[in-house]
Design a protein around this ligand. Structure first.
Ligand code: SAH
Length: 356
């Protein structure tokens, strides 16, 4: 008998890999499809629940393998209904996932890496530095573990945003593999149009994603109105400056229904002036773009502050007057350090321990 922690994890394998697994175990190929259906569509966690598998094969699989979700070590409940999950991965690392229920839908904010390598000066995840990429299984596991914890049924109106810890474009193969399984109607079954990947603008990877057969929506963290400002806030801008970013955005093959989403964190006194808004409007002029303004979420250790709300409204008006659809996103879960940019494994908030 193999100890549970030494067993292989089937979560994260795609259909082809599960079929290969079945064949290499001396089984017909279709057993792989049965496993795939069980793991992702039926969300079975105990191999004993895979009653459609031949008995012997099931016992053989169960002896060496399992379907292991990340362990929800703690969760923190916000007064606004959102919940921040702290997941422990098999190697002991921690990542965070945020569950945000709304009236007619649920949004899950997913992590793609443990920590982050990009070093944006205003972001709390950056303070952790970069540890490693998540596997597709660890990404899908965040969705299935939260869905199980919150009783989110298959078929619920679910949005997935890769806006948690990490820079998804620096882990693109695993992110895309996860998206394929998540968006597969025969897999987890989330609508592809409801999956968004957000990036600081790693240009070669944006081009690569544009060619993906199963392509999520693209969001770009703009956060500044000129190069000097953007480089000060996001050193990656030195490598991929604004003119290049906008050029790649212009060439990006948007589908008929699609807009590019630009996120703009508003930092008082840094990037929130009327002139900034005008420059942003100039930059986005001939793109099919939407803008999300995110008033800064503050926290210990970083000097920035959110502007007054009337400043945010003024900024929005300037963009709207230039025909750029602009929304103000008040982050959820501020009271539990779950808001945009706050994911840093904080031990604060109303903790509920050991929920399994
Ligand atoms: N690395 C990717 C995915 C993370 S998305 C990216 O940057 O796009 C997280 C979003 O929150 C980004 O748009 C980022 O600019 C924003 N953000 C980071 N720190 C923030 C903070 N303290 N307050 C508000 N938004 C923040």
């Amino acid at each position: 008998m193999v100890l549970a922690e030494h067993k292989g994890n089937l979560l994260g394998l795609n259909l082809e890999e599960l079929e290969k697994f079945a064949v290499s175990s001396g089984q017909p190929k279709f057993r792989g499809r049965q496993l795939y259906h069980g793991i992702y569509a039926r969300r079975v966690r105990d191999l004993a629940g895979l009653t459609d598998l031949a008995h012997e094969f099931r016992d053989f699989v169960a002896a060496g393998y399992g379907i292991f979700y990340p362990q929800a070590e703690r969760h923190f409940c916000s007064l606004d209904g959102s919940i921040r999950y702290l997941f422990r991965l098999a190697d002991g690392n921690l990542v965070e996932t945020v569950y945000m229920p709304e009236e007619d839908r649920i949004t899950l904010c997913l992590s793609s890496q443990v920590g982050c390598a990009v070093d944006c000066k205003f972001c709390f995840t950056a303070l952790l530095g970069s540890k490693r990429n998540l596997t597709a299984g660890e990404i899908i596991g965040q969705v299935l573990a939260v869905a199980a914890g919150q009783n989110v049924p298959r078929g619920a109106r679910l949005n997935l945003v890769f806006m948690g810890m990490g820079e998804p474009m620096l882990n693109l193969p695993q992110v895309l593999k996860a998206v394929e399984i998540l968006a597969d109607p025969k897999g987890v079954g989330v609508t592809l149009r409801r999956i968004t990947v957000s990036t600081v603008g790693i240009l070669p990877r944006i081009k690569q994603m544009s060619l993906a057969p199963v392509r999520p929506k693209l969001a770009i963290s703009l956060n500044a109105s000129n190069d000097e400002q953007r480089t000060a806030l996001m050193p990656i801008n030195q490598k991929y400056p604004l003119a290049d970013l906008i050029r790649v955005c212009r060439a990006y093959p948007l589908r008929q229904w699609e807009h590019l989403m630009f996120e703009y964190v508003m930092l008082e006194g840094f990037n929130d002036a009327d002139d900034d808004a005008r420059r942003v409007a100039d930059l986005l002029q001939d793109l099919r773009a939407k803008v999300n303004l995110i008033p800064y979420n503050s926290g210990p250790g970083l000097p920035y502050r959110a502007p007054r709300f009337d400043r945010v409204l003024e900024f929005q008006k300037i963009l709207m007057d230039r025909n750029i659809p602009t929304f103000i996103r008040i982050s959820r879960g501020r009271d539990i350090s779950a808001a945009c940019g706050q994911l840093s494994l904080a031990e604060s908030g109303q903790a509920v321990a050991n929920i399994g």
